[in-house]
Design a protein around this ligand. Structure first.
Ligand code: MN3
Length: 197
């Protein structure tokens, strides 16, 4: 397939003050676009990945150690969902029903939040922190660079980009404040729930 840069599902200034228009302009229009453009060069139509879904390209590239595709297509998958994992007026302390059961079994939303923030803060260098489902249970994980839970046998349902390009304009070096603001004020829990099988 060929990959396309999806439009943001909201205006560039919709997530202020938690994520600025300037951050979204650079992050979506420059960074994500670059992953799409490079992804089309190395894994697009006519490549050995042609015909596979985006999810299957992530898994196949990881299992065969195709680092360039792990990087570019992993990031295309991650960012395509990242825009939808946020909305204006997101976050809050209530999650939808199906997710609520998983959160309760994990130990409650406060514990999910604490572990999610700790995962993102603890990721040395660039990467992502995640909520994922494995064996029917919620797990909190982190991955480096463009990797995601699909590559590690789990289904991602929420990810926060902890590359500096995602927060440095708005939070400078304060990565914990960024992840807390993401969790408390931006997460689109309805979209998270829609990813649960
Ligand atoms: Mn990014």
């Amino acid at each position: 397939m060929s990959f396309t840069l999806p439009d943001l599902p909201y205006a560039y200034d919709a997530l202020q003050p938690y994520m600025s228009k300037e951050t979204l302009e650079f992050h979506h229009d420059k960074h994500h676009k670059a992953y799409v453009d490079k992804g089309n060069e190395i894994a697009g139509a006519g490549s050995k990945y042609d015909g596979l879904s985006l999810e299957d390209i992530c898994k196949t590239a990881f299992s065969s150690g195709d680092q360039a595709v792990i990087n570019q297509i992993g990031q295309h998958y991650n960012h395509t969902h990242f825009w939808q994992w946020m909305k204006a007026g997101g976050g809050g302390t209530k999650v939808p029903g199906k997710l609520e059961g998983l959160v309760s079994a994990y130990g409650g939303l406060d514990k999910v939040r604490a572990d999610f923030v700790a995962a993102g803060v603890g990721q040395f260098g660039s990467g992502w922190c995640w909520l994922a489902i494995a064996d029917g249970k919620l797990q909190v994980t982190k991955t480096a660079n463009g990797e995601n839970p699909l590559m590690h046998g789990a289904k991602p349902i929420l990810g926060c980009d902890v590359w500096e390009h995602s927060y440095y304009i708005d939070y400078r070096n304060a990565r914990p404040k960024y992840i807390e603001a993401f969790f408390d004020n931006l997460v689109n829990w309805d979209y998270v729930e829609s990813l649960i099988d």
